[in-house]
Write a protein of this length. Structure first.
Length: 355
């Protein structure tokens, strides 16, 4: 068997993904898995995920809501970087020798297999979770642990291990996909992605009431009060980045503690997180406004055009000038420069959530 590649590392190339959909897959689990990929591609302005839908057999699978998913049979899938296995009900019926051998065949190519909802059960049945932690839908936990007593079952929303990931379904799939996006694209990009899927808590919501808030995975800027405060401070000072020591002093902590918390919670450094936020805002200004590129550089804290150009190309794989040419809709929206940063950011988010 070929060793599985690590998809949880920074990578500019699109992740070649296959989404295996079984009959009666929960519609929410399906949307929570696929829509983060769509949103990531749209937010980045380029393909971060390139996916196909596959089915167990020739028949087109039908979701629990009655929606059908055009696809091609798993037997015709030559390979991929990641295979997402989505299933909901009638798992024993789906666990045919043909399907299980197909899962093993893809695993042998070195692809990472990701079980969502009942997909974890099918991966376990194929012997692909031996030696790996796993979770599944809460309704199937008892039968899962009874059927697979040697697999390390976890009650966490999702699990990751070399070559294998599992999520319990529903909104946990969003958490897992944000975790993958954070690892590949950085905490700044993942934080913007999270904002598209999780509404901020209303000011009218009692402080002790968390019923309306979905917990974000490690990689979100809301993991702890300290990283949350630092993230907010960074967003307010994109044009005039402050030294780490000054930020720590404002937050009432030490630079070392701030470094440790970012490493622990976001798997990055405060400096890199800051830079990613600045470059994400720079991309928005390039694509959504007609600000001259020198002004874009100044608005995101770069003191020279050359350093801005290098950082922008490294982060986005294309120069700011080339990206501006590919997004002519930005021309004529110079009025955006009159908005305070926080309002411009809000307008950008609101627009993104409508598509």
């Amino acid at each position: 068997m070929k060793s599985a590649q690590n998809i949880l590392q920074p990578e500019a190339q699109a992740l070649k993904t296959a989404v295996l959909v079984l009959d009666e897959t929960n519609t929410l689990s399906f949307a929570a898995t696929v829509d983060p990929m769509r949103a990531a591609n749209r937010l980045a302005g380029r393909p971060l995920f390139d996916w196909d839908y596959v089915s167990a057999m020739d028949e087109v699978p039908m979701l629990s809501s009655g929606l059908t998913v055009p696809s091609f049979p798993l037997a015709r899938l030559d390979g991929c970087d990641a295979l997402l296995v989505l299933a909901g009900f009638q798992l024993a019926r789906h666990a045919t020798p043909s399907l299980l051998s197909g899962l093993r065949r893809i695993a042998e190519t070195g692809a990472t297999l990701i079980g969502i909802d009942g997909g974890s059960w099918l991966m376990a049945e194929a012997g692909l979770l031996d030696g790996h932690p796993a979770t599944c839908h809460w309704d199937a936990q008892e039968s899962f642990t009874r059927r697979f007593p040697d697999i390390e079952f976890c009650t966490d929303p999702f699990t990751t291990s070399p070559g294998r990931m599992t999520a319990s379904g529903g909104t946990a799939a969003v958490d897992l996909m944000l975790h993958v996006i954070n690892a590949r694209m950085g905490a700044g990009f993942a934080g913007r992605m999270a904002d598209l899927f999780v509404a901020p808590k209303s000011v009218d919501t009692p402080a002790h009431d968390d019923s309306s808030v979905v917990a974000l995975p490690s990689g979100s800027a809301r993991d702890t009060a300290l990283t949350d405060q630092a993230h907010a401070l960074m967003e307010e000072t994109l044009a005039t980045p402050m030294p780490l020591a000054m930020m720590a002093e404002i937050l009432g902590t030490s630079a070392r503690t701030l470094q440790q918390q970012f490493r622990l919670r976001l798997n990055t450094t405060p400096q890199d997180h800051y830079l990613q936020l600045r470059l994400s805002e720079a991309r928005r200004l390039v694509t959504d406004t007609s600000l001259p590129l020198m002004e874009v550089a100044e608005a995101t804290g770069f003191t020279s055009q050359s350093s801005f150009s290098r950082a922008f190309r490294t982060a986005h794989g294309v120069s700011a000038r080339e990206l501006r040419q590919d997004h002519p809709q930005g021309q004529g929206t110079a009025g955006s420069r009159l908005l305070p940063h926080s309002l411009a950011k809000f307008a950008s988010r609101s627009s993104a959530t409508r598509h």
